[in-house]
Write a protein that binds this ligand. Structure first.
Ligand SMILES: Cc1ncc(COP(=O)(O)O)c(C=O)c1O
Length: 435
């Protein structure tokens, strides 16, 4: 769990505090199409505070060097910052330092696990990896609400190994069909991969329920924590998951840096995904021996300035307090759902008003394509995401091909949410669908 905020910072984030927070984000002062920017696309990528921008620049100006290699002072300083950042991120998610692997984003983290399992299935990794091999007759289970990043790597793993991919369906409201859990997750299941928070529905998966079933059948649990780490925070030990992935750019950090958490014993049993420099002990012309985790999964020259900046983002979030951020966004999520649902012809996807959700809402406006809704809002300086949000099967199941998504973060104001709601109402008039 994240460090508790100082006593003075308990309770909801106040309006004054939000204005102070916004001062830390230069981009939020931008005007777009003649209007103040209302950035409601943090689910896609968040904005960065000065502390993060400064950390990256400071590293580049004063400490830049390749880590774990040089004998010179700068290299030692860079290595220290790189490993300190790992400790910061590990503490943030309740992991040990050697359980945090740097990746370029969450997508790479999931591919890393899937490819490492297929390498084990090819007989790489020796006896330690034997228990992780999968093949024909084995099953991998995902859910119908997954982002493509947590679907396609498993489709491909199934194709490479002969295993079968199955999924837990959702109902018409987008809720997971947990009544089917025991039927779908069985003794044949070797991997259960699911999202903690849906990037389309804003719903929160009952992780404990799914983990308990995975434990009963001896399946590995892979948690897509892309939308939960930034907004709710996670404790991997309390959640009892085997792997978890998330991206720095969705949690105030830079692009190009992501995190894979893996239980130490599992990471050390898995053969590597990428091979090359910096991940070995001894190399001959025929063979190589690999370092223990996390280095065995960090081949090649590392992205150090991004790692350092991610640690600065974690410090920033920790100082405010994840529980307070979650509380703030829950209020915004409720306001979004209530406001949008009250508009005729607008269908909000996911949990109904009053049910738990994060500060994100995707919606369909009858008679107007989501791209037109997005364009109309952009003309008013309101930035939202449109399309299928990398979740085509989910949209198909809900009977639509695309939606408009508004997503908030710690810097989002109620005024911005209200501008969005008013903008959607105006769009209906503009496109002549309100008669
Ligand atoms: C739930 C979820 N999973 C995975 C991803 C993929 O993240 P990235 O593109 O940073 O790898 C996203 C990003 O939108 C997401 O929202």
């Amino acid at each position: 769990m994240t460090t508790a905020p100082p006593t003075a910072l308990r309770g909801p984030i106040t309006d004054t505090e939000i204005l102070e927070i916004r001062e830390d984000f230069p981009i939020l002062k931008a005007r777009v199409n003649g209007h103040p920017l209302a950035y409601l696309d943090s689910g896609a990528t968040s904005q960065r505070p000065l502390a993060v921008l400064d950390a990256e620049r400071d590293f580049s100006e004063h400490h830049n060097a390749a880590v774990h290699r040089g004998a010179h002072t700068l290299a030692a300083l860079a290595t220290e910052s790189f490993e300190d950042a790992r400790a910061t991120v590990a503490r943030f998610i309740g992991a040990q330092e050697d359980e945090v692997v740097w990746t370029s984003n969450a997508t790479e983290g999931i591919n890393l696990v899937a490819y490492a399992i297929s390498n084990a299935s090819l007989g790489r990794g020796g006896e330690a990896s034997a228990a992780l091999r999968i093949g024909p007759g084995d099953e991998i289970v995902v859910t119908e609400m997954e982002h493509h990043a947590n679907l396609i790597p498993w489709q491909e793993l199934a194709a490479r190994t002969g295993a079968t991919l199955r999924f837990i369906p959702i109902d018409d409201e987008g809720a997971l069909r947990l009544d089917l859990l025991d039927q779908i997750v069985t003794d044949r299941t070797r991997v259960l991969a699911f999202t903690h928070v849906s990037n389309v529905l804003g719903s929160i998966t009952p992780v404990g329920r799914l983990v308990a079933r995975a434990r009963e059948v001896g399946a590995l649990v892979v948690l897509d924590a892309c939308q939960s780490v930034p907004h709710l925070g996670i404790d991997v030990a309390a959640l009892d998951v085997d792997f978890a992935v998330f991206s720095g750019h969705k949690m105030l950090g830079p692009t190009g840096i992501g995190v894979l958490y893996g239980r130490s014993a599992l990471l050390n049993a898995l053969p590597p995904f990428l091979t090359g420099g910096s991940m070995i002990t001894t190399v001959t012309m025929e063979t190589a021996e690999f370092l223990p985790a996390p280095q065995r999964f960090e081949a090649g020259t590392q992205r150090v300035s991004q790692v350092v900046a991610l640690a600065a983002a974690v410090d920033y979030l920790t100082a405010i307090g994840l529980s307070r951020i979650a509380e703030h966004e829950a209020v915004l999520g409720r306001r979004l759902v209530e406001g949008l649902s009250a508009i005729e012809g607008v269908r909000v996807l996911g949990p109904a008003a009053g049910r738990p959700r994060v500060g994100l809402a995707s919606f369909d406006v009858a008679g107007i394509h989501s791209h037109d809704v997005g364009q109309f809002l952009d003309d008013q300086g309101i930035a939202v995401r449109v399309g299928h949000h990398c979740a085509q099967p989910l949209h198909r199941r809900l009977g639509i091909t695309s939606s408009t998504r508004a997503s908030s973060y710690l810097y989002t104001t109620t005024d911005e949410v209200d501008r969005l709601i008013a903008g959607v109402e105006q769009a209906r008039t503009f496109f002549g669908v309100n008669s």
